[in-house]
Design a protein around this ligand. Structure first.
Ligand code: HEM
Length: 406
């Protein structure tokens, strides 16, 4: 049965495979990886739209690098139904540059990249090192058990975002649950709307405070640009939304993956110099931010396949990062492999703006955690670790761990 054959009705077309219930919690849904021979197959969307599903590495890079594919939310069809959204998405709120195309996107992106300076990144690295140590001290004191999500994986990225925006870490409670609601696919449209309003109100107040009394941080820096208060608050919201959950889930799910692969864990413990490449391999292997959507602005040929104007293309980062033609033996976590070239941070003009920061956080956090607790292990059987099945960012809800006290 060839789903691309002429005469196939749309009802016969596959939808996006999402069922992860088979086997390993780190592997993509089986239906996805089985598609590597069909890197751009036709797919049915939630509203019946017929578009494409990209599972091949080369096709994904070509799509994401091509300006004839738009990121504008209002042009996209959703692969799965979302509460309160019958199929299409409203345009990006002010400051959410992920949903913009050039030239609007370019203007914001330039302003932002200019503020992610080497000096600021170095400063943040020192803060991450100090703060990681403080989190581990607190964990050790309260131990010998912990929920790694709450004790470690969430606080470290939250601190980095606080530093970036120039807010006291104690303010994090004002935004952390709101960001969680925004990413929760089970939250209804009303709850999401309320969370978004509350977040923007908080950031609006913050922008006014920074204008009145600038401090040494990215948000204060941006007040010297020609951005309006509304744009600044929106950008603050984007940084919160993009930088919190992604990194937190990488830290928790990454620790779970390492604990489940003792040979890899031992190799990293024996040589902390492997931290940077372990981070790349975990990014590839786990692909927590998935999928990425684009819409064809005109007829485009990608990798020998014609995509018609108006078609939505779903790039499955998980499948792409397990493409056997790009990464041999893709389902194996192998910290010695060269995992660079993975698309966990996306590709093209929207490629993650915070990737260096995220890398620093992870390269500091993983080795520090393992060094502090040489006997770290799961406190429950692996099957009982609750997974975030229904979220735009994959990961674990909690990660109960334990260790031997010395
Ligand atoms: C964009 C992943 C951490 C800020 C993206 C995109 C991906 C991604 C896949 C591209 C979206 C698209 O093409 O539609 C991740 C992962 C992270 C991470 C896996 C952690 C491991 C961060 C952090 C920050 C951040 C820490 C902020 C400090 C952004 C921003 C964009 C973005 C602002 C939008 C860029 C644009 O549209 O030009 N991220 N991210 N991210 N990320 Fe990240």
């Amino acid at each position: 049965h060839d789903p691309n054959a002429v005469g196939t009705t749309t009802d016969d077309l596959p939808t996006l495979p999402t069922d992860r219930h088979t086997g390993c919690p780190f592997d993509p849904p089986e239906g996805l990886t089985a598609l590597s021979d069909e890197p751009m197959r036709r797919m049915r969307y939630a509203d019946g739209h017929v578009g494409r599903l990209v599972t091949g590495h080369a096709a994904a890079r070509a799509t994401l690098a091509d300006p004839r594919f738009s990121s504008r939310y209002e042009l996209l069809h959703l692969p799965e139904p979302m509460e309160g959204m019958p199929g299409q998405i409203p345009p990006a709120p002010i400051g959410d540059i992920i949903g913009l195309d050039a030239p609007e996107h370019t203007r914001y992106r330039r302003l932002l990249t200019g503020r992610f300076t080497v000096r600021r990144m170095r400063q943040l690295t020192e803060r991450v090192e100090r703060f990681t140590k403080e989190c581990l001290d607190a964990m050790e004191e309260a131990g010998p058990t912990a929920d790694l999500v709450e004790a470690f994986a969430q606080p470290v990225p939250a601190l980095v975002i606080c530093e970036l925006l120039g807010v006291p870490y104690s303010d994090r409670e004002r935004f952390q649950s709101q960001v969680a609601t925004l990413f929760d696919q089970t939250a209804d449209a009303g709850a999401k709307g309320d969370a978004h309003t509350a977040l923007l109100q908080y950031l609006g107040e913050l922008v006014l405070a920074k204008r009145a009394e600038p401090t040494d941080d990215l948000l204060s820096d941006l007040t010297t640009s020609d951005l309006t208060d509304e744009e600044l608050a929106g950008i603050g919201g984007l940084l919160l939304a993009a930088g919190l959950d992604t990194t937190a889930n990488m830290l928790a799910l990454g620790t779970f993956a390492l604990l489940s692969n003792p040979d890899q864990l031992d190799a990293l413990r024996a040589d902390p110099g492997l931290a940077a490449q372990t981070v790349e391999e975990l990014l590839r292997y786990l692909s927590v931010a998935d999928p990425l959507l684009r819409s064809a602005l005109e007829d485009v040929e990608v990798d020998g396949t014609l995509i018609k104007a108006g078609e939505t293309v779903t790039v499955s980062v998980q499948a792409v990062n397990r493409d056997p033609r790009r990464f041999p033996d893709p389902d194996r976590l192998d910290i010695h492999r060269k995992a660079t070239g993975h698309l966990a941070f996306g590709h093209g003009v929207h490629q993650c703006l915070g990737q260096q920061l995220a890398r620093v956080e992870m390269a500091v956090a993983f080795p520090a955690l393992l060094a502090r607790f040489p006997t770290l292990r799961l406190a429950v059987p692996p099957r009982e670790v609750p997974l975030r099945e229904r979220s735009n960012i994959y990961g674990v809800v909690s990660l109960p761990v334990t260790w031997d006290q010395v």
